[in-house]
Design a protein around this ligand. Structure first.
Ligand code: SAJ
Length: 425
């Protein structure tokens, strides 16, 4: 197939880098986003998200005229949908959060208006099993004049596939090119068309399966990591009771040739690993026992850390014969993992915020990757690393940023350290 014009719907953490990669291979790319300010920023050759190397690529492809951003879809030969799939309800008491496909639905209905015979539509958004068939249904609802794989199979006017993104934030530009892709076409011809599209910039292997398997592969990858992290977090809670150093325990157990335990921490954050396993649980609540339990273990870890901090504050105050409010607490790190600025679903942010409302004394936070605190944390003070440590009575490590790892240990002398990320031992 000849892809002269490629359109990417949703210009966020995945869509913008993907659009930029196609454009860097001298394809005409139309990026579509409902966020006007993001569209304006991109059309100025700038980026609204932080991702290494992306700013340079976007600047050059916009300047050279290969990428433009718009708010309404325009005709193209291939459409990639990379919009978010949040939960249905914001009600935190819901036992099992359900995925909300409203953004996929509105993206599908918007591109349906400009679809023409021969076009390829790919869903990249992390989605529950069955979402690609559902998306095809939404396209067909709007375009009764076109045929789709569900009715015409290989002879359909429109080709449809599910191809999940699997790139790691912070390494997106490299991983987009190098990672293998799973291609789940609704028919073999759909898969073939999708491979031809991705081969424009993907150097990894493109492996074909059906759409439902491809959807489940994506969810499985992130659920697998979640279950493994839950195991490490559960060990950390058991070790606390048993007075065993969990880091030493894991290091020793990992000397076994077939054991590879991940690292415990304050919980699991980000918009993927803490979210995607629920898409499996929501569809198969009876069967997904282990995946569900892992979610609960990881979600309970921030409370465990908060309770630990409370008891350390009271123990230290009583040892020093002072009021807890006279102690200064420093939280190291707010982002959801090391060396990024992304605070979304961050357990470190949750812990710091909870502590600020519990601890009556001063609470300082150090987050080298941001310039100001989000509004909901304005009761806290953002401080530089050295200044915060100088004032600290208690230091709580929440994220293992490189700046913390390279800290001169001598300035920690005499401080009470709660090293949740094992930075200083
Ligand atoms: N974490 C731990 N212990 C560990 C590893 C991670 O507590 O040993 C925590 C991190 O601190 C963070 C969370 O888990 O809070 C998630 O971090 P991550 O680095 O495991 O993953 P993400 O969310 O940045 O990216 C994941 C990746 N998926 C897998 O590695 C299977 C990435 O490849 C996906 O593309 C991405 O989700 C996504 O978009 O789905």
């Amino acid at each position: 197939m000849n892809f002269e014009t490629i359109s990417v719907i949703g210009l966020g953490y995945i869509g913008l880098p993907t659009a930029a990669m196609f454009a860097s291979r001298k394809k005409k790319v139309i990026g579509v986003d409902v966020n006007e300010s993001a569209v304006d920023t991109i059309n100025q050759g700038k980026v609204h998200i932080v991702e290494p190397e992306l700013d340079m690529i976007v600047h050059s492809v916009v300047t050279e005229g290969y990428l433009k951003a718009v708010t309404m879809p325009e005709p193209a030969d291939a459409f990639l949908i990379a919009v978010p799939t949040p939960f249905k309800s914001t009600d935190n008491n819901a036992a099992i959060p359900e995925p909300n496909l409203k953004y996929i639905e509105s993206a599908a209905k918007a591109i349906a208006l400009v679809l023409k015979k021969g076009d390829l539509v790919i869903l990249e958004s992390t989605s529950p099993v069955g979402a690609t068939e559902q998306m095809a249904g939404w396209l067909a609802e709007v375009r009764g004049d076109l045929s789709f794989p569900a009715m015409k199979g290989e002879d359909s006017d429109i080709r449809i596939a599910y191809c999940p993104e699997r790139v790691l934030p912070g390494h997106v530009v490299r991983e987009l090119v190098e990672n293998d892709r799973v291609i789940g076409g609704l028919t073999p011809k759909c898969s073939q068309a999708a491979i031809e599209l991705y081969k424009i910039f993907v150097k990894g292997e493109c492996i074909v399966t059906n759409a439902r398997t491809a959807e489940m592969v994506k969810l499985t990858e992130n659920a697998s990591r979640d279950v493994n992290i839950a195991f490490a977090n559960e060990l950390s809670i058991i070790c606390e009771e048993q007075d065993i150093n969990v880091w030493e325990l894991i290091e020793l157990a990992n000397r076994h040739p077939r054991v590879n335990i991940l690292q415990p921490g304050p919980g699991v954050g980000g918009h993927c690993i803490a979210v995607d396993p629920w898409f499996i649980v929501a569809k198969n609540p009876e069967q997904a026992q282990l995946i569900h339990t892992a979610r609960k273990v990881n979600d309970s870890k921030p409370e465990f850390v908060i309770n630990k901090v409370k008891s350390v504050i009271y123990e230290l105050a009583s040892k020093q014969g002072i009021q807890p409010s006279q102690l200064t607490l420093v939280c190291l790190g707010l982002s959801f993992k090391a060396d990024i600025d992304d605070l979304r679903e961050s357990p470190a942010l949750y812990v710091a915020s909870a502590i600020s409302s519990i601890h009556k004394g001063k609470t300082l936070v150090v987050e080298p990757n941001i310039k100001e605190l989000p509004a909901e944390l304005n009761v806290l003070e953002l401080e530089s690393l050295e200044c915060a440590i100088e004032q600290a009575d208690i230091i709580l490590t929440l994220v293992d940023h490189k700046e913390f790892k390279s800290l001169n240990r001598s300035i920690l002398d005499g401080k009470c350290i709660l090293d949740i990320k094992n930075i200083f031992s």
